[in-house]
Design a protein around this ligand. Structure first.
Ligand code: HEM
Length: 415
């Protein structure tokens, strides 16, 4: 059955469509070709323009004074959009960097920015390598068969980011569960419940946890990132409780599901492409290129949105003031006009101008950290890997936001 442009657009508002790689990419390719600035009117969602070409995504991100993150930074149902707006008006909603625009955004981003600069990241590298080794050793301990996504990939980046924040190891499992509930809100396996109240309760649980952390770090400052956030001053005043908790939430959540999805998807690509796996093992100097190719290939952040502050003309289409655009990163990263043979996984791809980390003022704060983690993991794994194959069918999470493989059953032998 041939896909229509309308159906292709609707796929962008259907969490289950994101879990089906082939159908999803067919839809995106059709939109790029036939309707790159495409109005999607899905029953449960407020309308939005789907932006599927790389060039257009860049143009919108560059124009951050016209295309604002507030009030609709990412795709949510009509009902959730309404609830979020109500809560924002009452001052009790999540307000992270991705919910903000300048001037607030610039000031608040600066609080955490030093912690993620490449120099700070290089200092963290030995610790990340040590953790990578711990998780490859765990693969060996599992005896040659595991669900890589669940048993390995999900834990390693979590451990890195929560250590950086300064949380005790005893709380890591609780954070993992809360993050999965927050991002997996549309997936039967991970969601806490189906009502909006249950979904919001997940956020309130995050807040309650981090409230305690703020109090502890204000009383006894330490040298971790949580202390830097708890004790930051803007115009001489500390951040309010919601802004402080929101900061932890974005670091704790953005910092691990994204990277773990990249590691699982990267390994899956290496299993499916044994020639590329051998090439990378024989030429370890390709690793930085391979890391970026894995990030492009997986593109774990599926979208962010912007809302126009004034009328704007794009490819002959007028986006009216107050209308929203959805930036489809997976589509930009398969754009035939920018990438040579975009559906080929190439560990030596160069250039690789992927948009998986976004662009401009909201460019991913953790990009350097994510690259170090992915690199450390594969630099540890590949030289020890003698054989690897699938031991069952891989499965993606159903989500319109952050995701990738939730199950990757593998069989392997390690030195
Ligand atoms: C492969 C892994 C990752 C990917 C693909 C990714 C992707 C993204 C994307 C697409 C954005 C939005 C950019 C934009 O709007 O232009 C973003 C923002 C952000 N990311 Fe990441 N991310 C990853 C890992 C991380 C890590 C490890 C952290 C660590 C804390 C992190 C923290 C953040 C933060 C704080 C923001 C908000 C920045 C802002 O709005 O100013 N991310 N990320």
């Amino acid at each position: 059955m041939t896909l229509t442009v309308k159906e292709a657009g609707l796929a962008l508002a259907d969490p289950k469509a994101y879990a089906d790689d082939r159908r999803f990419h067919e839809s995106l390719a059709l939109l790029r070709r036939e309707s790159p600035v495409h109005l999607v009117e899905a029953p449960d969602y407020n309308p939005f323009w789907a932006i599927t070409r790389h060039e257009d995504g860049l143009e919108i991100e560059r124009n951050h004074q016209i295309f604002l993150n507030a009030p609709r930074p990412l795709l949510a149902t009509k009902e959730l959009d309404r609830l979020n707006r109500e809560r924002a008006e009452q001052g009790i909603a999540l307000r992270t960097l991705i919910h903000m625009d300048d001037p607030d955004h610039r000031v608040i981003r600066a609080i955490g920015a030093d912690w993620f600069r490449p120099r700070a990241m290089r200092a963290l590298e030995p610790r990340v390598k040590e953790l990578a080794k711990r998780y490859v050793d765990r693969m060996a301990d599992l005896g040659g068969e595991c669900d890589f996504a669940r048993e390995i990939a999900v834990h390693f980046p979590l451990y890195v980011i929560l250590s950086l924040l300064g949380l005790p190891e005893s709380d890591f499992d609780r954070m993992l569960k809360l993050t999965q509930e927050l991002f997996g809100g549309d997936d039967d396996e991970f969601q806490r419940g189906t009502t909006n109240e249950e979904k919001l309760q997940v956020l309130l649980d995050f807040f309650a946890y981090f409230q305690g952390l703020t109090e502890a770090r204000r009383k006894n400052p330490t040298d971790d990132l949580a202390s830097a956030i708890a004790n930051a001053r803007v115009d001489g005043e500390p951040l309010n409780d919601f802004d402080t908790a929101s900061y932890y939430v974005i670091i704790a959540t953005a910092g691990h599901d994204t990277t773990s999805a990249t590691i699982s998807g990267g390994l899956h690509a290496l299993i499916e492409n044994p020639g590329q796996r051998e090439r990378l093992r024989d030429r370890p100097e390709l690793m930085p290129f391979a890391v970026d190719e894995m990030i492009r290939w997986v593109t774990p952040v599926k979208e962010f949105m912007r809302t126009a502050a004034e009328d704007y003309e794009l490819r002959g289409v007028t986006i009216r003031e107050g209308e929203s655009v959805l930036l489809s990163y997976p589509s930009a990263n398969r754009d035939e006009d920018v990438f040579d043979d975009p559906f080929r996984f190439d560990v030596g791809r160069d250039p690789n101008r992927h948009l998986a980390f976004g662009f401009g003022v909201h460019y991913c704060l953790g990009a350097a950290l994510a690259r170090i983690e992915v690199r450390a993991f594969f630099e540890e794994l590949l030289p020890r890997l003698r054989s690897i194959e699938l031991a069952g069918a891989p499965e993606n999470i159903a989500t319109t936001f952050v995701g990738g493989l939730k199950h990757l059953p593998i069989r392997y032998s390690l030195d």
